[in-house]
Design a protein around this ligand. Structure first.
Ligand SMILES: [Zn+2]
Length: 234
């Protein structure tokens, strides 16, 4: 193998390490966006149950007002009943008291049911507050971990890049440019040896004359089958 090719293979080994680190770096962001999505869902759910509580509290106030009015009506009618002078007035006051009592009974039942519902809704609110707080905590911890992961990966990336650039100086410019063009499309191993008569990557056979030239001069050739750069290992 020519030293040019050996130097190129060294560069390629670093490039493959770089791809791996870049992949790990770009996998960090989706983890954060997934958590952010969870947080938004939890916030929406919480807002929804808070609205329900507010609406029920409003209803509770309305019924309480009606209940108070009907209790006052009952008291007034009872007072009236003590002052009536005719049976007709007495009957009217009694009818009013009965009606007020029915309203009061209905409203008391309604308030009781409403209080039970409100209790459940408030529990749901506090459950959802806890869920949201838990997610926010995980999010914060994850962010810290990811920041430190990212820092470590970026440091490693910078080191390998420096090393890679240093090694690349040993590769003739035209060969390096050829290699860089291929890997812009492939972003994977771009230089392969001949294996027997064929490309070690795609198994396309290489005509004998081209092979002999490669063996004799150490020249590299593009594979017509898959476009990688081929070299003669021996
Ligand atoms: Zn090939």
């Amino acid at each position: 193998m020519k030293p040019d090719v050996a130097a190129l293979l060294d560069v390629q080994a670093d490039d493959i390490k770089l791809y791996g680190i870049e992949d790990r770096l770009s996998a960090l962001a989706p983890r954060l966006s997934a958590l952010e999505l969870d947080r938004r869902k939890a916030m929406d759910a919480l807002a929804q149950s808070r609205e329900q509580v507010t609406a029920e509290e409003k209803r509770q106030r309305e019924i309480s007002d009606r209940l108070r009015q009907h209790r006052e009506l009952r008291e007034r009618s009872e007072g009236l009943l003590n002052q009536v002078t005719t049976p007709r007035e007495a009957a009217a006051a009694m009818a009013q008291i009965d009606q007020a009592k029915r309203f009061i009974a209905d409203e008391e039942r309604e308030i009781e049911a409403l209080n039970a519902r409100l209790g459940e809704m408030r529990r749901l609110v506090s459950d959802r507050e806890k869920t949201l707080a838990d997610i926010e905590q995980v999010q914060q911890e994850t962010r810290l971990t990811l920041d430190s992961d990212r820092g470590a990966l970026e440091k490693e990336l910078a080191q390998i890049r420096t090393e890679r650039d240093r090694k690349a100086q040993a590769v003739p410019r035209s060969l390096l440019q050829r290699y860089d063009r291929i890997r812009q499309k492939r972003r994977a191993t771009a230089v392969f040896p001949l294996r027997g008569e064929s490309c070690a990557h795609c198994d396309t056979a290489i005509p004998m004359q081209r092979r002999s030239t490669m063996v004799a001069t150490g020249a590299t050739e593009l594979c017509e089958g898959c476009g990688v750069l081929l070299y003669a290992a021996e």
